[in-house]
Design a protein around this ligand. Structure first.
Ligand SMILES: *Cc1c(COP(=O)(O)O)cnc(C)c1O
Length: 342
């Protein structure tokens, strides 16, 4: 698969590490009868503290520049990693940046919040509009773009999470990077566990695996939806990515598998399994997960191990998608000082 015909900016030097997690593997299965857990450190991507949005933005920002845009417009929740990394890319490229923030949990937006919100202000977001849950985000971003046109400027709208076909190419690139690492490090992975939200990561990885003939099953852990709602979204994204690449193939529906039950009670609202996962990774491997995404995604992996979903000795790869700054907006929660949902 040839990604070179798509314009791309580079925000990361080299490949992110692919590592075995010996202490965590032992803590999870003290009898030695469980799977071996590996990690792909996409929390070490560029636009530090980077994450999966860095990969998507390499293609999206290149497109914005090609179109002559002077401002990036995107949307997300009050602690959005995607908004923060988009802003970081804008700063680096000398562009302005504007957000539409969806207050998915009523009352959750605070002007003086820490975490990502603090970084929005520190890196100088030009304008930020807060809209209630369920608002039409596309229309709200278009309104911002229209305001810019009236001022003789040019905005470039980036879909929520950077999840359209072009953004999904970032995870096709990740699939190719992994393929190379499996070969060079002589690692045989049996299953991949990835977060599944706006779907660009999961969908892009599915398209990238199929397009590169990597026959490793991928399990998505929903961060905001159970499989009946999540899988059609991911399927659509995977097919859109395959079409953009001109692969001329239909993604098999069964290639898209997700698991629910770990994100409840609600997107971004903490639960006990997330707290356990965040503490476990910090205390066994000094790897920092976040409360909104990777803590719940890792809780999903831990849950699957305990349910016997993986065979003993299988090599399971966890894709760490980033999210570090929001950890600081939930310090008491992850230290177990604030009661959370079961
Ligand atoms: C956005 C995000 C995800 C979810 O990825 P999608 O491509 O939106 O499905 C997972 N982890 C982190 C840290 C994120 O910021």
């Amino acid at each position: 698969m040839d990604l070179s015909r798509f314009p791309r900016r580079r925000y990361t030097v080299g490949a992110t590490p692919l590592e075995f997690l010996p202490n965590f593997t032992r803590a999870l299965s003290p009898d030695g009868q469980g799977p071996n857990i590996w990690i792909k450190r996409d929390d070490m991507l560029g636009l530090f503290p980077g994450g999966n949005k860095t990969r998507k933005l390499e293609f999206l920002v290149a497109d914005a520049l090609a179109q002559g845009a002077d401002t990036l417009i995107t949307c997300g929740a009050p602690q959005s990693n995607h908004c923060r990394i988009t802003l970081a890319a804008a700063v680096k490229e000398g562009l302005k940046c504007r957000f539409v923030i969806e207050e998915r949990v009523p009352g959750s937006f605070h002007e003086d919040a820490s975490g990502n919100h603090f970084l929005f202000r520190l890196m100088g977001v030009e304008a930020l509009t807060v809209v209630p849950a369920g608002s039409n985000m596309g229309a709200a971003m278009q309104q911002v773009a229209d305001e810019l046109v009236a001022q003789g400027r040019k905005g470039y709208i980036i879909a929520g999470g950077g999840s359209n076909a072009l953004g999904g190419l970032g995870y096709v690139a990740c699939a190719q990077e992994l393929q190379q690492q499996f070969y060079e490090q002589d690692v045989r992975i049996d299953q991949v566990v990835v977060g599944s939200g706006s779907s660009g990561t999961h969908g892009g990885l599915v398209a990238g695996f199929i397009g590169n003939h990597i026959n490793i099953p991928i399990v998505g852990i929903g961060v905001s939806r159970d499989p009946a709602d999540q899988e059609p979204l991911v399927y659509k994204e995977a097919q859109a990515v395959a079409d953009l690449l001109g692969l001329g193939l239909t993604i098999p529906r069964e290639a898209v598998v997700s698991v629910g039950g770990f994100w409840q009670p609600k997107y971004s609202i903490p639960n006990e399994k997330m707290v356990e996962a965040v503490q476990m990774l910090a205390r066994t491997e000094a790897i920092l997960l976040d409360p909104v995404y990777t803590g719940k995604i890792m809780a999903g992996l831990i849950g699957l191990v305990r349910q016997g979903f993986f065979k003993p000795g299988e090599n399971v790869l966890f894709l760490h998608t980033g999210g570090l700054p929001s950890l600081h907006a939930y310090e008491a929660v992850v230290l177990g000082k604030t009661p959370v949902a079961a």
